[in-house]
Ligand binder design. Structure first.
Ligand SMILES: [Zn+2]
Ligand SMILES: [Zn+2]
Length: 351
């Protein structure tokens, strides 16, 4: 092991900054390369291969940068994500001490990071209220509508975060697809004004809408992850068309936009897809071998949401599974498998 000398220039880590992101910035300000810094870190801890998650790596980088030892460990209480892991025997979202999970790293506000590129796992969405800046992997721009974006960011941190929603879990993407379909055709809306002000071409994809229609997208997400609302939508004994029209009317009302055919069609497809996933959940058995023993409803909803890529199911009451006399649809994997399945956006969101 080689004793570690401190680098000449140090920088303060930003909130929730990842070890790799901090390392890149540290290399830049010291006019060296990431490879050289890594080499020094590995030599000091006597390892040959790089593992970002090795606590000795974080501690060695902190020594190298002359910052407090725990600076590169994000606070779990503040930034940890809420998971539905079943570790307490239930499948409600909570910050689980055993899982200690953080969200996927995303691009951080460069003004916070002294003008350099880095990534963060901090609680919240893509808006930095301090610098009035939007920053995600796809877009970074100065925000004009600071009131709307600030309010949306507060909703993400305070209300959506405890529901297990983050920028990568799928609900915001589905809402962006709904928003795009609801107002995408209307040239008067402020979404286009915002994207023009940021010097961008017309917003087209759901990724663009997530950035330029953030206040509207967050309002839709708040609605479609409200338990009472989504549970009413997901009653599979009701007509998909009626429930789909209810969803499109609610989204249109929220955006003060006219309810158009395309929005109705998308809403009906979203509800239809979710109803199929509910039917799949109703037929789930407790284990892969079980022919008759039913999977407990709360767990069945999470398994079906993951397997069928239907994020709405995560937010519904287990009481939506009414018809447990369904034929067997599948067996349920062990909880250890379910809790480690990655959350990916619904296919319908990614159009
Ligand atoms: Zn857990
Ligand atoms: Zn900032």
């Amino acid at each position: 092991m080689t004793p570690l000398r401190t680098l000449p220039l140090s920088i303060a880590p930003i909130d929730g900054e990842t070890t790799d992101g901090y390392l890149r910035r540290l290399a830049v300000v010291n006019y060296t390369t990431v490879a050289e810094v890594r080499h020094a870190v590995l030599a000091s801890i006597g390892r040959a291969t790089w593992n970002t998650f090795d606590p000795r790596v974080g501690a060695a980088i902190a020594r190298l940068a002359d910052i407090p030892a725990a600076s590169l460990e994000p606070s779990f209480e503040e930034h940890g994500v809420w998971v539905r892991c079943g570790h307490d025997g239930r499948w409600r979202p909570r910050q689980c001490e055993r899982c200690r999970r953080f969200t996927n790293p995303r691009r951080a506000c460069s003004a916070c990071a002294e003008g350099l590129a880095t990534e963060t796992v901090a609680r919240g969405g893509g808006y930095c209220a301090r610098h009035r800046q939007w920053a995600t992997d796809a877009h970074e721009f100065a925000v004009d509508d600071t009131w709307g974006y600030g309010k949306a960011e507060a909703i993400v941190s305070d209300r959506l975060w405890p529901r297990g929603v983050s920028l990568s879990t799928g609900e915001l993407q589905l809402s962006a697809a709904l928003c795009r379909t609801a107002i995408g055709e209307d040239p008067a809306v402020q979404v286009r004004r915002r994207s023009r002000a940021a010097g961008r071409p017309e917003p087209r994809t759901y990724v663009d809408f997530l950035a330029f229609a953030y206040p509207e997208v967050v309002a839709i997400t708040d609605l479609i992850t409200t338990r009472a609302f989504v549970s009413r939508l997901l009653d599979p004994s009701a007509s998909v068309i009626i429930k789909g029209k209810q969803l499109s009317a609610a989204v249109a009302k929220l955006l003060s936009a006219p309810d158009n055919d395309e929005l109705r069609e998308l809403s009906i497809r979203i509800v239809g897809h979710a109803h199929e996933a509910v039917v799949y959940a109703e037929g789930l058995r407790r284990t892969r071998q079980a022919k008759q023993v039913l999977c407990p409803p709360a767990r069945a909803l999470i398994v079906a949401a993951n397997r069928r890529r239907a994020c709405l199911l995560r937010h519904a009451s287990p009481r939506v599974l009414r018809n447990r006399a369904r034929p067997r649809s599948d067996g349920t994997p062990p909880p250890s498998v379910t809790r480690n399945e990655p959350l990916v956006p619904d296919v319908l969101a990614l159009r």
